[in-house]
Design a protein around this ligand. Structure first.
Ligand SMILES: [Fe+2]
Ligand SMILES: [Fe+2]
Length: 141
């Protein structure tokens, strides 16, 4: 499966990205909703205060979601190795989100919120495809 080519609508949260675990899918949708809102900010510079608020909200949603997902994996009885690998990936992603933010605001002052939104969403969608979809088996009886 490849990344969706069009990230302009919530349609990117299609069937293919559902894990079947309601809490996880709902949180993914919430992240997508905020991402979609950021995609519309084509005129808002990354140097603006409002971008700081957007990024803080995005980061917090993702961080809270990762915590919930890790807890769920433990509750659902996933093998410790798998939980550990997934948790390490979550930590690396949070770091990557911060680096993307720093890079975008310092190196590319001319960029807008919509530009970084593409990058942030791509990072999350890629993770869902390569890691979260493995949770699917736990959701099917
Ligand atoms: Fe995950
Ligand atoms: Fe997830």
């Amino acid at each position: 499966m490849s990344l969706p080519t069009s990230l302009s609508t919530l349609e990117l949260w299609d069937e293919a990205l559902l894990t079947g675990i309601p809490t996880v899918d709902q949180q993914h949708r919430d992240i997508a909703r905020l991402g979609a809102k950021m995609l519309k900010e084509t005129g808002l510079p990354l140097t603006s205060e409002r971008f700081g608020d957007y990024f803080a909200e995005f980061w917090q949603l993702v961080a809270d979601h990762f915590e919930t997902e890790e807890e769920l994996m433990r509750t659902l009885g996933f093998p410790k190795d798998q939980v550990d690998v997934h948790t390490r990936e979550h930590s690396a992603l949070l770091e990557r989100l911060i680096q993307t933010n720093i890079h975008s605001t310092t190196v590319s002052e001319w960029k807008h919120v919509s530009d970084i939104a593409h990058e942030l969403i791509a990072i999350i969608v890629d993770h869902i495809i390569h890691f979260d979809l493995s949770l699917k088996s736990a959701a099917t009886p």
